[in-house]
Design a protein around this ligand. Structure first.
Ligand code: NAP
Ligand code: GDD
Length: 344
């Protein structure tokens, strides 16, 4: 039985990846952080359905000495490093923690793996944010790195150091350069989930308008369960390399919101501009969306849109759910959730 270790198993991607690996017969080990409240909602269903093949260990990226011990005891075939502070906006507020977790921790892990006798394949969760202010469109694996926020800088360092360990020390390490991927399990302070949850609550009768920052921001939005397929495939390939995982299509925050609201029969239109722009229901004129500059970022990425040709050719990976369709899937899932909670 193959063994995998997931750092970040309680997160959006970690939970879908654990599901995929258990479905493929793996024994899955995961690192969980001690928190004052239980933080395992995304994997609770797996803990009850597959207790023998899912083992959780307490740990922290800031305590990699104990992780070294754990890794040499478990001896996994595959190590997926998905853990870290994943909010770009927040990385301006907590840059040191962001860089420790997303940058230096990757180097520590690679040092541990390099020393271990047991060979293992390593996946590192890189990000489109490594390209930040690029003027190349679309971006691919060879696009020069040009990050513009602390999160992107940390991911750029880790991506590059992984390339060094691959070349210099022969470590089998893959950089998955993923563009935004979303799902009903997305954290509630990312813009997509914030929108779909608010749309469901408004549909259930809530009156408080949704408050967002930059509606003109555009992203290459895909669907997380499809991205973890690519993540797994990347460690099954003959050789280690870098892969862009992206849809290749752009959608603005405004368009995403429109698609999410429309999925719940709330057609909205926009009026005004800048901080005075509002989103109103077309049927009754009610204001359901306002701008709040508190959500503006000091710097925004330019146009992050990915070319996933390499993943398509080598891994036979292709995204199926794109932008507005992701919004629809998430809005319907949140509507079910809110309906259950409110009895609507
Ligand atoms: P997520 O939902 O925020 O999950 C992050 C995971 O990391 C959680 O399990 C979290 O544990 C864990 N974690 C955070 N800090 C940690 C620490 N100090 N020690 C141990 N564990 C820690 O993120 P995601 O969306 O699944 O993304 C997975 C990875 O891919 C991240 O590295 C992210 O930066 C990267 N990425 C994501 C996207 C995307 O669109 N989703 C795109 C590009 C790259 P808790 O549950 O205890 O908080
Ligand atoms: N979070 C948030 N909240 N973003 C908002 C809001 C708001 O109220 N209003 C507008 N936005 C805009 C942001 O300014 C940004 O341009 C865009 O929506 C997307 O923001 P997020 O959903 O926070 O995602 P992100 O693109 O910054 O980061 C995600 O994708 C990266 C890959 O490109 C994260 O998953 C990162 O971990 C990941 O690396």
């Amino acid at each position: 039985m193959k063994k995998a270790f997931i750092l970040g198993i309680t997160g959006q991607d970690g939970s879908y990846l654990a599901e995929l690996l258990l479905g493929r017969g793996y024994h899955v080990h995961g690192l969980v952080r001690r928190a004052s409240m239980f933080n395992r909602a995304r994997i609770e269903h797996l803990r009850s359905s597959d207790p023998e093949r899912l083992t959780l260990h307490y740990g922290e990226l800031s305590d990699l000495t104990s992780f070294r011990r754990l890794l040499s005891r478990v001896q996994p075939d595959e190590l997926y490093h998905l853990a870290g502070q994943s909010h770009v906006g927040l990385s301006f507020e907590i840059p040191e923690a962001t860089c420790q977790e997303n940058g230096l921790a990757a180097l520590h892990l690679l040092e541990i793996v390099r020393d271990l006798q047991h060979p293992m394949r390593v996946y590192f969760a890189s990000s489109s944010e490594i390209f930040g202010a690029t003027s190349s469109f679309p971006q691919c694996e060879t696009t020069p790195l040009d990050p513009i926020n602390p999160y992107g800088c940390a991911k750029a360092f880790a991506t590059q150091i992984a390339r060094v360990y691959r070349k210099a020390h022969g470590v089998f390490v893959v950089n998955g350069i993923t563009y935004n991927h979303e799902s009903p399990r997305r954290g509630e302070n990312f813009v997509t989930r914030k929108i779909t949850l608010a749309a469901a609550r408004l549909r259930a009768g809530a009156k408080e308008p949704l408050r967002l920052g930059n509606l003109d921001a555009v992203r290459d939005w895909g669907y997380a369960p499809e991205y973890v397929e690519g993540i797994w495939q990347s460690l099954q390939a003959e050789a280690a390399g870098d892969y862009v995982f992206a849809t290749g299509q752009l959608c603005s925050v405004r368009e995403f919101a429109q698609a999410a609201f429309a999925a719940l029969d709330l057609d909205i239109g926009f009026a005004g501009s800048g901080v005075d722009e509002v989103g109103r229901r077309l049927d009754n004129g009610e204001t359901v969306l306002r701008i709040d500059p508190v959500y503006y970022r000091p710097v925004e990425a330019t146009l992050l849109v990915g070319d996933a040709s390499r993943a398509r050719t080598i891994l036979r990976w292709a995204p199926r759910t794109v932008g507005p369709e992701v919004a629809r899937v998430m809005a319907l899932a949140d509507w079910e959730k809110v309906r259950g909670e409110t009895g609507s």
